[in-house]
Unconditional design. Structure first.
Length: 306
């Protein structure tokens, strides 16, 4: 055994061993740096298409609005709602939502944000306008059967003898969107402002969009042509107790001469060619009115004082 030990010689010198270990260490370090480099240059996961779900941009761009998006250029939904100060956790009451042009935006947005949308539609019952009854039935069918998108919509009513549109003092925002002229014709404009006041909490917002009559024109008490003076709307609001906050020209249209043969409904989107209730007139030249586009409208924000 001793002879075997004496005859044994290492195949590598001490210096060779040290160099080999150092080489292995360097190779490992470089490999680690290479891996780090690969991690740093790895491409991030793809961004989801479209605006973030639950944002106002998402609600305005929603594919469920495919039939109504064409009017966004005239109605400016994003700018209008931001001017009113809409927030996702609000309780919002819209008077007379009609077929749901604004509902398509408001209901999904509020549903995603833990807010609440209240539709104060036409008052139906004995003697109600059949067209309004039909419109309300279609509205209810559409917006209450897709709770995943529109959430739990609260349905109420506004009309000559209607009660509260929602629990008193619980709404953060009430919207009157191009309906004041119809309430003037029905003699319930003052009631609309009073009902809005009752629904709103102190500090709540009343947002108004309305076809605007020129200040030099005489105000028809029934607003038969659909146009209302801005000063008259402010007077109605003040008489109900509201404080005026601001006005915006978001929905202004200087091309609107406001002297159309069938009132504001001569313009798009109604585009009448004959008086309401009459058959369309195929010989009526629409080019002038189509060039004007949608009406000149005031956009006003009021507040219920604290």
């Amino acid at each position: 055994m001793a002879e075997s030990r004496q005859g044994w010689r290492p195949s590598l010198s001490r210096r060779d061993l040290v160099s080999g270990i150092a080489g292995l260490t360097l190779t490992g370090a470089l490999g680690g740096l290479g891996a780090c480099g690969r991690e740093q240059t790895a491409e991030p996961p793809p961004e989801p298409d479209g605006p973030p779900k639950g944002s106002l941009e998402w609600a305005v761009a929603g594919p469920w609005r495919a039939q109504h998006k064409a009017r966004d250029a005239a109605r400016h939904p994003m700018e209008t709602l931001r001017f009113f100060g809409l927030q996702p956790r609000m309780t919002v009451v819209e008077f007379w939502p009609g077929s749901g042009w604004w509902t398509e935006i408001l209901a999904p947005y509020l549903a995603e944000g833990a807010g609440k949308y209240v539709a104060a539609g036409f008052q139906t019952g004995p003697g109600a306008d059949p067209s309004q009854v039909q419109l309300m039935a279609a509205f209810q069918q559409r917006f209450t059967n897709d709770r995943r998108l529109y959430g739990e919509i609260e349905l109420s009513a506004f009309g000559p003898t209607s009660g509260p549109v929602t629990a008193a003092g619980t709404a953060d925002m009430v919207l009157f969107m191009r309906n004041i002229h119809a309430w003037m014709a029905a003699g319930i404009a003052e009631k609309a402002f009073a009902d809005a006041w009752a629904a709103l909490r102190p500090g709540g917002v009343l947002g108004i969009e309305q076809h605007r009559l020129g200040p030099e024109e005489d105000q028809d008490p029934a607003a038969a042509n659909g146009y209302v003076q801005e000063a008259f709307v402010k007077q109605l609001a003040a008489e109900a107790g509201f404080a005026f906050v601001a006005a915006s020209e978001i929905n202004a249209n200087e091309r609107d001469t406001k002297d159309h043969p069938f009132g504001v409904e001569t313009l798009p989107p109604m585009s009448l060619t004959a008086p309401r209730g009459s058959p369309p007139n195929p010989t009526f030249d629409r080019s002038k009115y189509d060039a004007i586009g949608e009406s000149d409208r005031m956009t006003l924000r009021f507040r219920k004082p604290e």
